[in-house]
Structures are given as structure tokens and as C-alpha cells.
Design a binder for this molecule. Structure first.
Ligand code: C2E
Ligand code: MG
Ligand code: MG
Ligand code: MG
Length: 282
């Protein structure tokens, strides 16, 4: 690796790494340009209650490159974080999301939905973050109570007091928080009580095996029991088939999200599909 040969040797003499670094730099530049060109677009995936009623949506960002290629977030979020571009990207996603919430106020179905927006821990590291979100809410006219910010367990590795303070500042505006991919990261149960969370999202890796692996079912049951004891809402992500759905509903999981119920789609398509007449069921 790069460290083995001293500070710079490996980096300069390993052609593979040089290429990777070049590629990274090129992608970083493309990311920066794409942001300036408005190439980052919002997709929305619907969320349903256990009876099949639409209750919300999660915003999932996509990069629509100039050549038409659609790039998923796993290919650029980490890079955006490393390149210091997650702040402007995150702001763009929040502005677009709050713009949608403001638009949806006029619609009986869409106006009742919660919109979940993924937030990087890098964004919460900034003391300005609560004011920034409050300003976006005010500027767009979005109802703050409809906005839910999804964090991952990586926030638990941060300066807890600072993060919790920022979360409370946003809670005072009405913004909610949920903990994404629960069970995959570093979780101390004491943090679940200290952080002002409204919901846990069961990671799709647990949901996936729930009807196949005898060890997966008790984990999901335990997460649901834990969330219930802490008076947290529960969202199961990655529901792909009827067996999984039936299990989760039987266990009392109130909110479901996954390909079985609805794929992520461009936000305009989401609005056409679920808005207007209020076809609230999938
Ligand atoms: P996530 O927040 O856990 O989002 C759920 C991911 O699972 C999404 O992948 C979604 O498309 C996918 N998914 C939904 N239903 C199913 C299903 O039934 N089966 C399977 N196999 N997958 C399903 P996606 O859109 O590629 O996003 C990946 C991750 O990128 C997200 O995971 C989230 O951590 C991150 N991300 C997405 N948008 C943003 C954003 O605006 N900001 C930040 N910071 N991160 C984002
Ligand atoms: Mg999420
Ligand atoms: Mg998730
Ligand atoms: Mg996930």
C-alpha cells in the first residue's frame, strides 16, 4: 500500500494508484461541474403504512450526466464527502426537497406526506446546519413538520453533545430525525435515548433474509420491540417480496418501503402518480 514505501514513493511509482488518483480527480471535477449545471436530480420512493396507504416518501439523489447516464448515490456521495462537495450537494437536495413540500401543500394527498431526506454526517458537523435548514424552510415555504432528516449511526462517532444540540435546534422548528440503516453500524443503545429521534429504519439486509434465515427474524423482531419500547416509529426498508411484507406486518412494523411497493422514481413522476386524485394506494 501507499504507506509501506514511505510517504510518497508508493504513490508515485504504483501506476495503478496513479490511475485511480487521476480518475478520482477527474470525477471530482465532473462532480463540481455537474453541481453547477444542475445535474443532480431528486428521485422519490414511496413509503406505505401496513394497510397500504401512502404515508411518505424518501428522497434519493441521482446524477443525470450530460450524456444521459443516470448515476446512483453510492458512486458519488463518498467522493463528494471527501472532496468537500457534500455541503453544496446536500444544500441542493434540501432546497429541492423543501420546494417539493411547499408545492405539495396544495394537494390533498401529497400535502399529508412526510418527506425523508438523507443527510450526511459531514453536514451535521457544521454549526451552521440548523440555521441553514431553517432558512431553506422559510424561503421555500415548506411545512417543517413534513420534513424528516435521515441520519446514519455514523453520527454516534461524532461529538455527541454538538450533534444533539443541532438536532434539538431543528426539532424546535418541527423537523424530525430518523436513524437509517439501523443495526449495520456502531450503535450503543444509550445513544438511542440521548439523540432526539422519531424513527428507526430497519436496514434492508435484515429485511432481506427475514423469511429465509432463522436468525434474521429474531433480529427484526428485537429491533421492532426496541423501537416500540423507546416510542420510536419503525420503517422497514428494502421490502422486495410478499413474504417479507407479510412477516413485517404480522410483527407490527407500521411503515414499509421497498421495490415490492414502489421503486424510486423521478420526483415529477412521483407527483403525477400520487398527486391530484389522491390515488393513495400502491
Ligand atoms: P438509503 O438511505 O438506505 O436508501 C435506500 C437505498 O435502498 C436506495 O438506494 C434505494 O434505491 C434502495 N432500495 C429501496 N428499496 C429497495 C429494495 O426493495 N431492494 C433493494 N435492494 N434496494 C432498495 P440508492 O438510491 O442507491 O441510495 C443509496 C444510498 O445513498 C442511500 O441509502 C443513502 O445512504 C445515500 N443517499 C441517497 N440520496 C442521498 C442524499 O441526497 N444525500 C446523502 N448524503 N446520501 C444520499
Ligand atoms: Mg435513507
Ligand atoms: Mg436506509
Ligand atoms: Mg441503506
Amino acid at each position: 500500500g501507499a504507506k509501506a514505501g514511505g510517504r510518497n514513493t508508493a504513490r508515485f511509482f504504483d501506476p495503478g494508484m496513479q490511475t485511480a488518483a487521476d480518475r478520482q480527480l477527474a470525477l471530482e471535477g465532473a462532480l463540481r461541474d455537474g453541481l453547477a449545471q444542475g445535474e443532480f436530480v431528486l428521485f422519490c420512493q414511496p413509503q406505505f403504512d401496513s394497510a397500504g396507504g401512502l404515508v411518505g416518501a424518501e428522497v434519493l439523489v441521482r446524477w443525470r450526466r450530460a450524456d444521459g447516464e443516470l448515476v446512483g448515490p453510492d458512486a458519488f456521495i463518498g467522493l463528494a464527502e471527501a472532496a468537500g462537495l457534500i455541503a453544496p450537494l446536500g444544500r441542493h437536495v434540501l432546497e429541492q426537497s423543501c420546494g417539493a413540500l411547499a408545492r405539495w401543500r396544495a394537494d390533498a394527498t401529497l400535502g399529508a406526506l412526510k418527506l425523508a431526506v438523507n443527510v450526511s454526517v459531514h453536514q451535521l458537523r457544521s454549526a451552521e446546519f440548523p440555521d441553514q435548514v431553517a432558512r431553506i424552510l422559510a424561503d421555500t415555504g415548506a411545512p417543517p413538520r413534513r420534513l424528516c432528516l435521515e441520519l446514519t449511526e455514523s453520527v454516534f462517532a461524532e461529538d455527541a453533545a454538538a450533534i444533539i444540540g443541532r438536532m434539538h435546534a431543528l426539532r424546535r422548528h418541527g423537523v424530525e430525525f430518523s436513524l437509517d440503516d439501523f443495526g449495520t453500524g456502531y450503535s450503543s443503545l444509550s445513544y438511542l435515548k440521548r439523540f432526539p429521534l422519531a424513527a428507526l429504519k430497519i436496514d434492508r439486509s435484515f429485511v432481506h433474509d427475514v423469511h429465509l434465515d432463522p436468525d434474521a427474524a429474531p433480529i427484526v423482531e428485537a429491533i421492532i420491540a426496541l423501537a416500540r419500547a423507546l416510542k420510536l416509529d419503525i420503517v422497514a426498508e428494502g421490502v422486495e417480496n410478499e413474504a417479507q411484507r407479510r412477516f413485517l406486518v404480522a410483527e407490527g412494523c407500521p411503515t414499509l418501503q421497498g421495490y415490492l411497493l414502489g421503486r424510486p422514481m423521478p420526483i415529477e413522476a412521483f407527483e403525477r402518480r400520487y398527486g391530484g386524485a389522491g390515488r393513495a394506494n400502491h
